[in-house]
Design a protein around this ligand. Sequence first.
Ligand code: PMV
Length: 316
Amino acid sequence: MPAVHASAPGKAILFGEHAVVYHRPAIAVPIEDVQARVYVLANPLGNVGQIQLEAPAIHLDAELAALEADHPLRLTLDLLKDAMRLEHLPAMKLRIVSSIPVAAGLGSGAAVTVAMLRAVSIFLGRLLPDSSVCALAYEVEKKYHGNPSGIDNTVITYRKPVYFLRGEPIQILRVTQPFTLLIADSGIPSSTAKAVSEVRLGRQHNPQQYEALFDHIGELVEKARQFIENGPADNLGALMTHNHQLLRELGVSHPKLDQMVEVALKAGALGAKLSGSGQGGNIIALVRPENAQAVQQALRECGAVNLIITRVTGKP
Ligand code: PMV
């Protein structure tokens, strides 16, 4: 039997990270330039339930049963098995490959989960609807990020720009004027769970200040939505830089991220901010296409890695 496979893109949060955990809106887009892909092969010689996993990027070559019960790959398959009301999964071999940088705020974990749920469900002949993929991926996120808003699994499952409000039905954004983003990795690993828990502690100590910052971020998100849906897209730049400032006040930036934002702006970006949980990971910059290379070069010189220039069109 030939291998079946499925893939899922990376993602970038354009506006509203952290505040989104506290029921303010956020906007995120899929990044198709990077992908997680899962191949599934039948293993006719294996016993029922015997699943071989291979993920070269994380040096994993093991049987599923040998992984800890709460390992994300094992958890994903256990959740899928239960959702499909199966006693056992058939014997199979899974190969996971991904070009999404890990711990950089590009959603690598959620993308592997979504690709795996899709690939295995195709293999089983029962492709899951997006709503089920998204819900199962959220369960895996919960295990790893403590209190995730659900934005990562949503944008990665639906592969469309989204306006996201925790607990509400997904709203797909229409992009009137496509725009160009530059994504640049600081090379400093970022831990979503750590950043989210530090914001939680900050809010406990200083609820008024944090709630005011969340409100302010929420207002930027509403303005950004207008510019994405009605143009002019260039106006998103100033909102991004403002959002970065508010994230700094929340305590989730890093001197390297602040420096990269400065460098991008000096090199002609229309705006820039950290993206995702922060304390490391990526910044995103809004650039004019003719200026993208210059901004990219300036960021590279200041130490950025894994640079991606991508066009947000809202089209698949
Ligand atoms: O997974 P990351 O690093 O892109 O961060 C997720 C965004 C947060 O708002 C910080 C957390 C969440 O669950 O929404």
